[in-house]
Design a protein around this ligand. Sequence first.
Ligand code: DMJ
Length: 401
Amino acid sequence: MELKEEFQEAKAWVGESFHLNVSGEASLFEVNIRYIGGLLSAFYLTGEEVFRIKAIRLGEKLLPAFNTPTGIPKGVVSFKSGNWGWATAGSSSILAEFGSLHLEFLHLTELSGNQVFAEKVRNIRKVLRKIEKPFGLYPNFLSPVSGNWVQHHVSVGGLGDSFYEYLIKSWLMSGKTDMEAKNMYYEALEAIETYLLNVSPGGLTYIAEWRGGILDHKMGHLACFSGGMIALGAEDAKEEKRAHYRELAAQITKTCHESYARSDTKLGPEAFWFNSGREAVATQLSESYYILRPEVVESYMYLWRQTHNPIYREWGWEVVLALEKYCRTEAGFSGIQDVYSSTPNHDNKQQSFFLAETLKYLYLLFSEDDLLSLEDWVFNTEAHPLPVNHSDSSGRAWGRH
Ligand code: DMJ
């Protein structure tokens, strides 16, 4: 974006003020997708050593989280001074969290020469492949001690979401050599289609949540990334499924657009339901907020790149106008408490994913396809671009193993 001065300032901050010898607790998942993902992207886009070194050092600080009987990491790492830390006690680990490390950890191995990062995430795959899955579905909670599912709640929204995303993106990032990721992704998607996919009486396609066989007919805003994911994966599906997945991606994205179109602000709620004659709307105030989340514009961006149907740019522009009208404040942008009020209250927070994801996907939606081409880059789940491995035919860190 040519923001060169800002970049120099940020680089100096990372070099001089981003200290790793801190105490306190941090989420393994959030540190990985936001900090390590951001540092890796900064390195790949600029070649500046400081980002590579900091990413590796930070990655090393996360390793104690994997010291569990199964190697499935716990969710929280406690940093103590120096290089030591340990995972806190806790009964279960979350699928979207331990399932969204693969992309970054393979790059940490690539950039450090240290196999430990790749070994940790390969072991997670091994555990997931071995364990029995109800109807081929992946529940959201797993015990890092016993390696068993803790309860049978399945969701493509919060708690599950980026696990599925990292399977298809691992396949793409490996230069299409990671067959294991490919197979796991299409198998999981088949099960999701069979057990979670629904069409409302009004004709809207949605992915419900599954609780031990019973469906909650709702979709979270978080689940709206799935339109983009299914579009991204359509091309490498079995030939007879490709057109079907393209259409499914378009239908889910349309439903998510409806959740925006049916509000007063033209921004979508945190969760929307399909029951009692109501469709694609929140049913209570506690689910009516919008916190500047990216998933809907993320899907517009992927669908635009795939189809060049101008509707996706039109829908994206509606979001830009709504953000300007309802979320812009003197100091930045803010979430709002009720998308169904034309005078919504601000929540006084600009989440970091607003810059990392929401604005980035909007920027890409209105840019040429060769800006961060999807042939050469995959976006981690915080929209930090990581390069596709085109060169490594041995599959050293990436695929075949
Ligand atoms: C982001 O931190 C990531 O996209 C994550 O995978 C889940 N969603 C938030 C933003 O909504």
